[in-house]
Design a protein around this ligand. Structure first.
Ligand SMILES: NC(=O)C1=CN([C@@H]2O[C@H](COP(=O)(O)OP(=O)(O)OC[C@H]3O[C@@H](n4cnc5c(N)ncnc54)[C@H](OP(=O)(O)O)[C@@H]3O)[C@@H](O)[C@H]2O)C=CC1
Ligand SMILES: O=C(O)[C@@H]1CCC=N1
Length: 270
């Protein structure tokens, strides 16, 4: 989906670069309509060479040039960036933040009565399969939400949610890919335990996960129903499920995701 106007990406690290590359890949914006910033000049040079996009360390200048800015720095370095760009956001220019845990109010306090859209996305942005949630700040309009949606639908799916849910979204979808990767790692190790080579075990598990994820998304069937369809009476799956339940894997996920949510709250309070 085409994005109107100039796009500034402040903090072209993993998330910022993924968004930048996704916008170029989809053709939503041409390289001359995107500018990005980082902290280190050598990283700026590397990104400029790779994408043919102007990347610098001057966030104030990019904020002035842009019609919309995406902020994608770590929460711990946000204060420094806000000091650099205060007074350089043009009236009505939406600030779209992907910074975990940081409220719209924090941006409004630092930058004035500006439209803020808070986003929580995730790393499958790299393969155009991100899950993003967006919520508006006090001064964001419907048009600002549509701007954020236009940016993000180029790299995946987007839902609108109230800001009170954003820490939960961070714990579920923002951090979620890490839980899947951990699960993949553990299942691949299990293949080794059973005598398979790492290559074979990896291929089996990766394709099993891709196929299962597609079934979940594309059939719309409930996970319980899908799991039951695999679980034969007296068979192998129920033997494994019993061990998972005995090991309290479900409780571990509930506790882990609650801990991630609590950490998002802490990051926002820092
Ligand atoms: N990684 C993930 O899976 C997810 C991350 N997020 C959120 O996205 C944000 C970015 O995370 P991630 O991409 O992993 O972090 P990275 O550390 O990979 O990227 C941060 C980038 O910000 C740049 N930067 C820091 N300070 C400034 C500044 N003052 N001006 C301009 N650029 C600056 C850094 O520059 P340099 O490279 O030169 O140091 C770096 O490129 C975080 O707030 C995180 O909470 C949200 C969802 C998922
Ligand atoms: O771990 C983190 O804090 C960030 C936010 C969501 C995913 N990565």
């Amino acid at each position: 989906m085409d994005v109107n106007g100039n796009i500034g990406i402040l903090g072209a690290g993993r998330m910022g670069e993924a968004l930048l590359s996704g916008l170029l890949r989809s053709g939503a914006a041409s390289p001359d309509r995107i500018r990005a910033t980082v902290r280190r000049p050598e990283r700026a040079a590397e990104l400029t060479a790779q994408y043919d996009v102007e990347v610098s360390t001057d966030s104030a200048a990019v904020a002035e040039w842009a019609d919309q800015v995406v902020i994608a720095v770590k929460p711990q370095t946000l204060g420094q960036l806000l000091d650099q760009i205060v007074g350089h956001i043009r009236p009505g220019e939406p600030v779209i933040s992907v910074v975990a845990g940081i409220t719209c109010a924090r941006f409004e306090q630092a930058l004035g009565d500006i439209p803020v859209v808070r986003v929580m996305s995730n790393v499958p942005v790299l393969v155009d399969e991100a899950m993003s949630a967006i919520s508006p700040g006090a001064f964001a309009t419907e048009a600002d939400l549509v701007t954020a949606e236009k940016l993000l639908t180029n790299v995946g799916r987007v839902v609108r949610l109230g800001e009170q849910h954003m820490d939960a979204v961070t714990a579920l979808a923002g951090s979620g890919p890490a839980y899947f990767f951990l699960l993949a790692e553990a299942m691949i190790d299990a293949g080794l335990l059973l005598g398979l080579s790492r290559d074979v075990s990896t291929e089996l598990i990766v394709q099993t996960m891709v196929g299962s994820a597609l079934m979940l998304r594309d059939t719309g069937r409930h996970p319980v129903e899908l799991r039951e369809s695999v679980t034969s009476p007296g068979g192998t799956t129920i033997a494994a499920v019993r061990v998972l339940e005995e090991q309290r894997v479900r409780a571990a996920f509930l506790n882990a995701i609650e801990a991630a949510r609590d950490r998002a709250v802490e990051l926002g309070a820092d």
